[in-house]
Write a protein that binds this ligand. Structure first.
Ligand SMILES: [Zn+2]
Length: 419
């Protein structure tokens, strides 16, 4: 009894001693230097797209397994048009503890657009957050001094805007022979302003060019109501674009889900070269021949699934793959804009999309180099809508000019189209 009590006391004393030691050590390691807060580890890994970098390369640098990068990138492309990715855009990810799987991701474009992704089972839930941007309609006027390019830049337009206006006027105005210094131009555009700074993605609503020898030319923006429609853009009063050398688009709306060049293969997880671009599109969407030509292949072609190849007069070959159905036969002559098949997911494909390839002199080249145009001439249905839109744009022009060309805070809204 007495002995038992001594043992018990001894044990208690030993425990107390241990507690004191632990408490002392713990206190030592827990001590917070003055002025510093104890922070929780950040669950996000943040990566910035470097010049020349891609989603693939930054995730590879972060040590994510190739197979997971390929799967993630494929689903990512369903929601983000990869051609809009710019150096400086930020990707933040959370992974499982083994860094085997991406569980959450946030992709920040410009400062105003955030794509949030959350893995749930086999799919990736996507939500888009857009910070409110101010829309300003502005008129910019100037005169030609030497080149149109230089004159537009001097008037305050960006390189992208200048290019767009130049392409639009190119066919209508004979700059080589008829344009003269002092010719006048007017541009009305809707700018996107965030925290006082101009963001990319302004819309050119109206362009006029007026010279003694060139005559007056006007261009108006036509919109279908679908932001990604290939028909949105500048047309003259008759509904024509002047890009005779351009080829058509293979689809009516364009969202690039995977670009040309180096990428991780979604099946093998290996680095491969993508011999075309992938456009996201729904099952059964019409696929058009981008130019006149002869069908040199219309069959099931292994990994490409149902595949059509067309040889054009220039010798260029275009390739359309993973089709759900073929709409052309081998040896057939096809016209630009003719339906040659429907979008599908045949062959090595993880979801419905169109693979579009472009071959010149036996080599696949980047199809984004092609100058594509939605329509050389709007159809009758589109012309009805366009007539109303032209009137709206004219009214807006008068309204903004009444403020002496100074910007007005408003947003250009197209008339709701009938389709
Ligand atoms: Zn492809």
């Amino acid at each position: 009894m007495h002995k038992g009590r001594a043992v018990l006391l001894g044990v208690i004393a030993a425990l107390l001693f241990c507690f004191i030691i632990i408490a002392l050590f713990a206190k030592g390691s827990d001590e917070i230097p003055p002025g510093r807060e104890k922070v929780k580890p950040d669950p996000w890994t943040t990566m910035i797209i470097p010049p020349g970098g891609s989603i693939f390369s930054i995730l590879d640098d972060a040590g994510i397994p190739h197979k997971e990068i390929a799967t993630f990138a494929f689903r990512f492309g369903d929601h983000v048009d990869v051609t809009t990715i710019q150096p400086g855009d930020t990707l933040r990810i959370q992974t499982d503890p083994d860094r085997e799987r991406i569980t959450r991701a946030m992709f920040v474009q410009e400062p105003t657009i955030r794509h949030l992704f959350e893995a749930s089972g086999d799919s990736l839930r996507h939500t888009l957050e857009e910070l409110p941007v101010e829309h300003i309609i502005r008129i910019i006027e100037g005169t030609l001094q030497n080149t149109l390019d230089a004159s537009l830049i001097r008037a305050g337009l960006t390189t992208a805007e200048k290019q767009y206006i130049n392409n639009g006027l190119e066919g209508d105005v004979d700059f080589g022979r008829k344009a003269r210094n002092g010719d006048r131009f007017t541009v009305m555009l809707e700018e996107r302003i965030f925290e006082g700074k101009k963001m990319p993605g302004s819309k050119i609503l109206y362009v006029s060019y007026d010279g003694e020898r060139t005559g007056k030319h006007e261009l108006f923006r036509f919109e279908t109501g679908d932001e990604k429609s290939v028909y949105n853009g500048l047309y003259n009063k008759e509904g024509k674009t002047n890009t005779s050398s351009a080829v058509g688009y293979p689809l009516g709306r364009i969202h690039v889900s995977s670009a040309f060049g180096r990428r991780l293969d979604p099946f093998t997880g290996r680095w491969t070269h993508h011999e075309g671009v992938d456009y996201r599109a729904g099952f059964g969407t019409s696929v058009y021949a981008v130019a006149d030509g002869d069908v040199t292949e219309a069959r099931y072609a292994g990994g490409y699934g149902n595949s059509v190849r067309i040889r054009h007069r220039s010798g260029t070959i275009t390739h359309y793959a993973h089709l759900s159905s073929l709409g052309a036969r081998h040896g057939q002559k096809v016209r630009k804009g003719q339906v040659i098949g429907r979008v599908g997911s045949t062959g090595r494909s993880t979801g419905p999309h169109l693979h579009f390839g472009l071959m010149q002199s036996g080599r696949w080249i980047n199809p984004s180099q092609l100058k594509m145009v939605g329509a050389e001439k709007l159809n009758n249905q589109q012309m009805k809508v366009f007539a109303l839109q032209q009137q709206n744009i004219r009214n807006l022009l008068i309204q903004v000019q009444a403020t002496r060309g100074k910007s007005i805070a408003s947003r250009y809204r197209i008339t709701p189209s009938q389709s």
